[in-house]
Write a protein that binds this ligand. Structure first.
Ligand SMILES: CC(C)(COP(=O)(O)OP(=O)(O)OC[C@H]1O[C@@H](n2cnc3c(N)ncnc32)[C@H](O)[C@@H]1OP(=O)(O)O)[C@@H](O)C(=O)NCCC(=O)NCCS
Length: 213
């Protein structure tokens, strides 16, 4: 299996059992959150070999219920490599009666830490894959700055950490804005992030439930 294929594999794939159920016969949201957490964390480890802790969950949306016997798959993608943090986007779907149903989606941020739980600079331990993502992110940042300069606008690099933009097909200031990558929730046009996980190819891959390996 090539590295490219490996990076398109699901981060978590597991079955839902009766002990995961809440009183209304559905899988407890906390169980799904824990799988989301593991998926985001595993994706951080693909880009950097430091130890990571979860610092922030945001915009987790439970769209559809999950039931016992569903096979749950989490796809995860790094959306931003920060100075000491890595932001991720996670898509959860279940396989039920031969169908793939998107059930939950969210974002989570992780911080690289040392043995004393103090933040560590991510760039000091990037994997080859992480390095390629960071190069892509910096190209996107430079492009956004150039576009902003041409338009006579101040560039949007005021975020904490100088590493700026996002990975994937990111176009500008990054997911730390808290805006859902695929949705401009406030109509301000601030949702400038388009992760490669939202590309048609990635969506097709998730719909097929395939990971090419
Ligand atoms: C994660 C932790 C080490 C961060 O320590 P800290 O002193 O707050 O660190 P900093 O303020 O220097 O922030 C470190 C990074 O986290 C990011 N961060 C911190 N709080 C954040 C928040 N609420 N939302 C988003 N990002 C946040 C910062 O932006 C920074 O990222 P950057 O370096 O890429 O710019 C500390 O908060 C902690 O130990 N939290 C508990 C983690 C935990 O137990 N998780 C659950 C089990 S894994």
């Amino acid at each position: 299996m090539s590295n490219t294929q490996r990076h398109t594999c699901p981060a978590v794939r597991t079955a839902m059992f009766p002990h995961d159920m809440n009183g209304s016969g559905r899988i407890f949201g906390g169980v799904i959150l824990s799988h989301i957490d593991i998926a985001g964390w595993a994706t951080c480890r693909k880009v950097c070999s430091h130890r990571f802790v979860t610092v922030f969950f945001k915009s987790v949306e439970f769209k559809k219920p999950v039931f016992v016997n569903d096979i749950l798959t989490c796809w995860a993608e790094v959306t931003k490599i920060g100075r000491t943090s890595v932001s991720t986007h996670i898509w959860v779907e279940v396989e039920r009666d031969g169908q793939f149903i998107p059930v939950t989606e969210g974002e989570a941020i992780y911080v690289a830490v040392d043995d004393d739980d103090k933040p560590l600079v991510v760039e000091t331990a990037l994997t080859e894959y992480g390095k390629s993502l960071l190069r892509k992110q910096r190209r996107a940042e430079a492009k956004a700055k150039a576009q902003a300069a041409r338009a006579g606008q101040p560039s949007d690099d005021g975020e904490k950490g100088s590493d700026g933009a996002t990975t994937g097909d990111a176009q500008a200031s990054g997911s730390a804005s808290g805006v859902h990558p695929e949705r401009d929730t406030d109509g301000s046009g601030a949702a400038t992030v388009k992760t490669s996980g939202s590309s048609r190819k990635a969506k097709r891959r998730r719909q097929k439930g395939s990971c090419d390996c």
